[in-house]
Write a protein that binds this ligand. Structure first.
Ligand code: GLN
Length: 195
């Protein structure tokens, strides 16, 4: 696997994604500028704070290039804040918060409130097979509405959707990368190779 892929490096847990993608043999670069985006065949949008990534993307002139890349079918994988940024609609964003969009879903930001704002659980992800994914949720969103073209990859025991895919866009409410889980990143790289 030698495809060059990028991690959006405006804010968030960039290094953890670089580590997993590198371990899978990808050629990984940090993306902060439009010319850097133009040089990659796929983009990971890390977790962090979606409202900050949104603001910085606008300041760095990255919002429109990212939206164009999504329209053009560039594979992307968003974790947590990254999922929020890929969602067409958000609930409980800060005033004026925008997303890049692309995934026909509505995501509720900080859906677990302050009492259980972070937790870990083992999640069955049928598309990835056994064993379950060790999923780390950190002030995580949930997917509240799933559009017709969107595949649900995983839900919590109570039915709340936490992983989705629509075409070349993949999103998880949790962070697989912090526990070294590689299968979502492998799936992303498969999308890159297929594109
Ligand atoms: N709560 C954060 C947000 O709104 C997401 C947290 C995370 O990415 N771990 O962007």
């Amino acid at each position: 696997m030698s495809a060059r892929v990028g991690v959006l490096a405006l804010q968030g847990d960039v290094r953890e994604h670089e580590r997993v993608l590198g371990a899978l043999g990808a050629d990984v670069v940090r993306v902060r500028r439009p010319d850097e985006l133009a040089a990659v065949r796929g983009l990971v949008i890390p977790g962090g704070e979606s409202s900050v990534i949104d603001k910085l993307a606008r300041q760095f002139g990255m919002r429109e290039p990212i939206r164009s890349a999504i329209s053009a079918g560039l594979p992307m994988y968003g974790t947590c804040a990254g999922l929020i940024l890929l969602a067409d609609d958000i609930v409980d964003g800060i005033a004026g918060q925008q997303t890049f969009g692309g995934l026909d879903v509505t995501v509720r930001r900080n859906a677990f409130g302050s009492q259980v704002d972070s937790f870990e659980t083992d999640l069955d992800v049928p598309a990835l097979g056994a064993p379950p994914v060790h999923a780390t949720f950190i002030r995580a969103p949930v997917v509240e509405r799933v559009g017709a073209g969107v595949e649900v990859l995983a839900a919590l025991g109570d039915g709340r959707v936490v992983a989705v895919q629509q075409g070349a866009l993949l999103g998880t409410a949790f962070h697989p990368e912090v526990a070294g889980e590689q299968r979502f990143h492998r799936r992303f790289l498969d999308l890159v190779l297929a594109a």
